[in-house]
Design a protein around this ligand. Structure first.
Ligand code: SAM
Length: 227
């Protein structure tokens, strides 16, 4: 049984695909998808030994050794050409790290058509990566779980990826258009947090004007979206 967050990620893994789940931890996602027959097989990649052993254990326990291979490797180095991976999931990390992992060994994405990415923070970095590396955002979701919000970004390889403007990069084109209650609550919280930071900065001595201006711009951008 997957969490709401991972279940939403799973929804965007195409039926019949060969999946690489990078930073898999317990391998819950690939194991669930393989048990349901949604993926044909794939790789569960982990860079840390403990989580890698968790993944190995889970895969073995569920009798999926023949379909899912756990690999101890940094990022996309878990993927080998002979795996014929067509879908990559990276979930539960910061957006900066996700973008770094994807950029570092970009050549390993040859043959990959779909990326399902779930940054915990720093979503903008992920959208920036997609836009500049030949991937087109095709869907975005925002879900709440245990008092946290999570964005799920889905992208397909494209010869003509769309150009996102500053607002779209930050808020997400689909999330902006949908403007649902979770999205609004998230940005209301971000607005309050940024206003608090501005107040603190302004009460300090010798504040750089650029810092204040940047915070003011940020506040204005969020206010515009919430209008
Ligand atoms: N993907 C699972 C999920 O969404 O529930 C687990 C998320 S867990 C918070 C993040 C995992 O990513 C950790 O197990 C960590 O060891 C792994 N990780 C971090 N950097 C990594 C990298 N460069 N390559 C592979 N795994 C990495």
């Amino acid at each position: 049984h997957l969490s709401v967050r991972l279940a939403t990620v799973a929804d965007y893994v195409p039926t019949g695909s060969r999946l690489a789940d990078i930073g898999t931890d317990h391998a819950y996602l690939p194991v669930n998808l393989a048990k349901r027959g949604k993926i044909v097989g794939g790789v569960a990649g982990e860079v840390v030994k403990g989580p890698f052993e968790n993944a190995q254990h889970e895969i073995k326990k569920e009798g999926l050794d023949d379909r899912i291979t756990a690999r101890l490797a940094n990022g996309l180095r878990a993927i080998e050409a002979s795996d014929h991976i067509d879908t990559v999931v990276i979930a539960g990390m910061g957006g900066t790290l996700i973008a770094q992992i994807l950029t570092q060994d970009f050549d390993r994405l040859t043959g990959v058509q779909r990326l399902v990415l779930q940054p915990n923070v720093g979503e903008k970095n992920v959208r920036q990566f997609l836009m500049t590396h030949g991937f087109q955002l095709i869907a975005e979701k925002i879900v709440t779980e245990d008092g946290h919000d999570y964005e799920i970004l889905v992208a397909d390889r494209s010869a003509t990826p769309q150009q996102l403007n500053e607002e779209e990069l930050r808020f997400g084109p689909y999330l902006l258009a949908e403007h649902n209650a979770i999205f609004i609550a998230k940005w209301q919280r971000e607005l309050a947090r940024t206003q608090q930071v501005l107040a603190q900065v302004q009460s300090a001595k010798a504040v750089p004007a650029t810092k204040v201006a940047a915070l003011e711009t940020e506040i204005k951008e969020i206010e515009e979206v919430l209008q």
